[in-house]
Design a protein around this ligand. Structure first.
Ligand SMILES: NC(=O)c1ccc[n+]([C@@H]2O[C@H](COP(=O)([O-])OP(=O)(O)OC[C@H]3O[C@@H](n4cnc5c(N)ncnc54)[C@H](OP(=O)(O)O)[C@@H]3O)[C@@H](O)[C@H]2O)c1
Length: 337
């Protein structure tokens, strides 16, 4: 397919909901698409095009990347660059592209961590791979105890002042680190707009510390792995690892998670989902989006069918108090550790 063959759906903004990230003007879709695992060299580029096009047609305006996504590292940005050039370039002002630096990217002392040297050189490399002049959000991917937070945040502020990033965020920062990051950015008159933490029914660490803090400092959140990499879908409910699944193919998915404890909890949640006319994946998404501080849930999808199932969760009825109470015994923090 050439660029002239893709025209975005005219109804693309009709059913998705969009909320501001914290007290910023940046609106994000309730569901955003992450390119961590399904956009490297192992998946056909045609499938990647299909997923991104369908996402945009369904109102998903936000695509989340990082320098090291693929696998191998860098390949997701390269593939997104191809998809952007062919399909999305006419819509640049309608999409939000994020990238990150902070995880290990290349050998040597300047390819990991939070130094100014690494963060700013990595952003330039990311822009080159994606064929973009700027990203909408640039994140520090994880805290780095070896670099002063003022240096890492100074680098993010420079990216904004250079016009290479419109907004900045942090990911995997503790509440204390997040508060310090916001204060360091404020010195440069750059707001901390968003935090990207993990969050799901099986991983609830943000509920007590981080979400109240974000409220306090006026930042939003975009929660990653809300489906617990597929464990909060019907993919593993028979107790085995299906061929072609992330559990079968990827080192980021420890198979010890498909345990009897996991199965009992996931099946309990599945029954509640079916009782409200949802799939388990849809219930898991409705559940993470119940907080006002959760601006967006950042999903992965290896097929258009998964994407469509997930997007159908948007606009579902709010969870009732009885439903939330019924979920509680199964939504156990630490199920995945
Ligand atoms: N900041 C960070 O440190 C960090 C870390 C991790 C992720 N992230 C971001 O978060 C994004 C999402 O993470 P994630 O991919 O772990 O999210 P996720 O939505 O929890 O998991 C996605 C996986 O779940 C399965 N799945 C999704 N929908 C399904 C459905 N309806 N039915 C059955 N299976 C379904 C697919 O697995 P199969 O491939 O097996 O089909 C898919 O690849 C990433 O792409 C990245 O942008 C950020």
């Amino acid at each position: 397919m050439t660029s002239s063959e893709y025209t975005a759906s005219t109804g693309r903004f009709d059913t998705m909901t969009y909320c501001p990230a914290g007290r910023s003007g940046l609106k994000l879709p309730a569901l955003s698409l992450g390119l961590w695992q399904n956009f490297g060299t192992a998946r056909a580029l045609a499938t990647q095009h299909e997923i991104v096009r369908r996402a945009f047609d369904l109102g998903i305006t936000h695509f989340d990347l990082a320098n090291n996504y693929g696998p191998p590292p860098g390949s997701a940005e390269e593939n997104f660059g191809r998809i952007y050039a062919q399909d999305l370039k006419p819509y640049r002002d309608e999409i939000i592209v994020s990238t990150k630096a902070g995880n290990g990217m290349h050998h040597g002392p300047y390819g990991d961590g939070g130094s100014r040297k690494y963060l700013l050189s990595s952003l330039n490399a990311s822009l080159g791979r994606m064929g973009l002049d700027y990203v909408d959000i640039f994140y520090h991917h994880r805290p780095d105890a070896d670099t002063p937070i003022e240096e890492s945040m100074g680098a993010l502020a420079t990216a904004v002042h250079q016009g290479k990033a419109l907004y900045v965020g942090v990911s995997n920062y503790t509440p204390e680190q997040t508060r310090a990051a916001a204060a360091a950015l404020a010195e440069h008159k750059v707001p901390l707009v968003i935090h990207q933490p993990s969050y799901s029914m099986f991983n609830r660490h943000i509920e007590t510390g981080l979400l109240p803090l974000l409220d306090n400092i006026g930042a939003g959140s975009i929660v990653f792995s809300p489906l617990a990499q597929g464990l909060l879908t019907d993919r593993y409910l028979e107790g085995r690892i299906p061929q072609g699944s992330r559990a079968a193919n990827s080192s980021v998915f420890p198979d010890r998670q498909v345990s009897e404890t996991y199965l009992a909890r996931a099946r309990g949640l599945q029954d509640i989902a079916l009782g409200r006319g949802q799939t388990l994946a849809q219930l898991a998404l409705t559940w993470v989006l119940r907080h006002p501080q959760t601006t967006s849930a950042l999903i992965g999808s290896s097929s258009v069918a998964q994407l469509e199932e997930n997007v159908a969760a948007v606009g579902a009825a709010d969870l009732t108090t009885d439903e939330l109470d019924a979920i509680e015994p199964y939504a156990v923090d630490g199920t995945l550790r």
